[in-house]
Design a protein around this ligand. Structure first.
Ligand SMILES: [Zn+2]
Length: 506
């Protein structure tokens, strides 16, 4: 089955932060998870290179637009490469392929009378690049996000009407309760749909914003962010040209942080309806990462967690694991270097040590040979079938892709079970007495096979660690497949590798 997974495209006016890293890692975990289940996944990410904020940053840089945008876009690609992100397509909204689809869509909507021109006076916040209503402002009349007074602007502009579609969208969401997950965000969107929707001002006069896609029907205007950025989700699939468009679109997933809930869950489905395309299959929303002290990260508080800095300290895979293990999608979640170090220790103690201890015992007492093909006790069998069925329940063919979010905690649970089993059976004591050799082999085989199950399930989260553990167990791992049968570990010879999670200096 074909599936299409997207991240939002990221503004190039700044460097990538932990929020960008998280959404993109989440998409990569979903992709690898779906691939292990045998699905064909197309994953797109990219950069949003138009609009006033990009323009201001570009002007401040002293570079040409092309130089500035290429440099900024590359910061994201570099981080994604470092994080092991296996995207299939990297969108740049300044690319000709994207612009062409935007122009075609705009011309079509204009020709059908769905884009109207009218004069408008409003309060415009340059930070938000949006007109604000009085009720959106603070008591002092400032934009709550930028704490600046918006400018009064009066101009002729083009608008896309949302209100005619409001009732349809409300019914659609009510009929498809899983369309927005977690459900707290669906409730929020339904709340927004209780009030009439204002016409969406979708363009900017070129004398104010020059960095954008010129309208095909009015050269004095460029498109405003939404009719440019959101269309990336269909321009990436080459809408209008690609015969496989529908195959991917009918299982399509947008991942997004909660700050862009309204454009993705109200503007976008309405835009698609007007264009004549079904809504995306699912919107998967997540909260923010909150810095030390339980407050928003900021440079002045010194609690910013920079993904590149984390990777310098501990490598990329512990970061990937921490982010998936610790974000609860429906809420904000805490992160700091200290918490990441705790997460690293957890991996080292529960998984890394287990691997090293058992492998060293096999090396020392069994000349490295895996004791496959022996009979096990009921207790051994139970441990393996418990872990096996727990992972199988996640990796079933038709499981929803968000079940991958639970993988990290399931892996930690399995590690705890195996560690408890290992400690209770004391194989290091058994090894001392030749009479106990049969029992020793049973405990060792059970632990090795459990480790294989854990390493297999770990693949979407920590692909290199997964492959490395499987290699140490002499399991072929060019392509890690969802093999979760208990007692699946066959004959072979283990190797004792370097520790996966070596001691981290403070
Ligand atoms: Zn603002």
């Amino acid at each position: 089955m074909k599936k299409y997974i997207t991240t939002p495209i990221y503004y190039t006016n700044g460097a990538p932060h932990i929020g960008h890293a998280y959404t993109t890692i989440l998409a990569d975990v979903f992709k690898k998870f779906e691939q292990m289940k045998g699905n064909d996944v197309f994953f797109s990410t990219g950069t949003d290179e138009h609009g006033q904020k990009n323009q201001h940053s570009c002007e401040a840089s002293g570079l040409s637009a092309d130089e500035f945008l290429t440099r900024q876009s590359q910061l994201f690609r570099d981080l994604f490469d470092r994080m092991g992100i296996d995207y299939d397509y990297f969108v740049r909204t300044t690319s000709e392929e994207h612009k062409k689809v935007v122009r075609t869509v705009l011309q079509d909507l204009f020709d059908r009378g769905l884009i109207i021109k009218k004069s408008y006076e409003g309060l415009y916040c340059e930070g938000c690049e949006q007109f604000k209503k009085k009720c959106d402002l603070t008591e002092e009349g400032l934009c709550p996000d930028h704490l600046k007074a918006p400018k009064v602007i009066s101009e002729e502009n083009y608008f896309f009407r949302l209100e005619p579609y409001r009732q349809w969208l409300k019914e659609f969401i009510a009929l498809n309760p899983d369309w927005i997950t977690p459900t707290n965000y669906a409730k929020e969107v339904l709340g927004m749909l209780e009030e009439p929707l204002d016409d969406l001002c979708i363009f900017r006069p070129k004398d104010r914003v020059w960095l954008g896609i010129e309208l095909p029907f009015d050269k004095d205007f460029v498109t405003y962010i939404w009719f440019d950025a959101l269309i990336n989700y269909i321009s990436t699939l080459k809408f209008g040209e690609n015969v496989e468009f529908n195959d991917y679109w009918k299982s399509s997933y947008h991942l997004l942080a909660k700050d862009i809930l309204k454009p993705h869950c109200i503007y976008w489905p309405i835009m698609l309806k007007a264009i004549g395309i079904e809504p995306v299959s699912r919107c998967i929303v997540h909260g923010y990462w909150i810095g030390e002290g339980g407050v928003k990260m900021s440079k002045s508080l010194g609690n910013v967690v920079d993904p590149n800095e984390v990777i310098d300290i501990m490598g990329v895979e512990p970061l990937r694991f921490y982010l998936i293990n610790n974000m609860s999608l429906s809420n904000d979640s805490p992160i700091s270097i200290a918490l990441l170090r705790q997460g690293y220790k957890l991996l080292a103690n529960n998984l890394g040590n287990l691997q090293m201890r058992v492998l060293k015992m096999v090396d020392k007492n069994l000349e490295g040979v895996i004791p496959a093909g022996i009979s096990l006790t009921a207790e051994d069998e139970k441990l393996l079938t418990d872990i096996s069925s727990d992972f199988k329940s996640v990796y079933v063919k038709d499981s929803s892709l968000e079940t991958a979010v639970d993988l990290a905690s399931k892996i930690m649970t399995a590690c705890n079970q195996v560690n408890a089993y290992f400690a209770a059976n004391e194989p290091w004591v058994l090894a001392k007495n030749p009479e106990n050799m049969d029992r020793f082999k049973q405990v060792i085989y059970t632990t090795l096979d459990a480790l294989r199950l854990i390493a297999t399930a770990l693949y979407p989260l920590m692909p290199n660690s997964s492959k490395s553990i499987l290699a140490s167990l002499d399991v072929k791992n060019e392509k890690v497949e969802a093999q979760f049968e208990a007692k699946g570990l066959g004959e072979g010879k283990i190797t004792v590798p370097n520790p996966l999670f070596p001691f981290l200096p403070e």
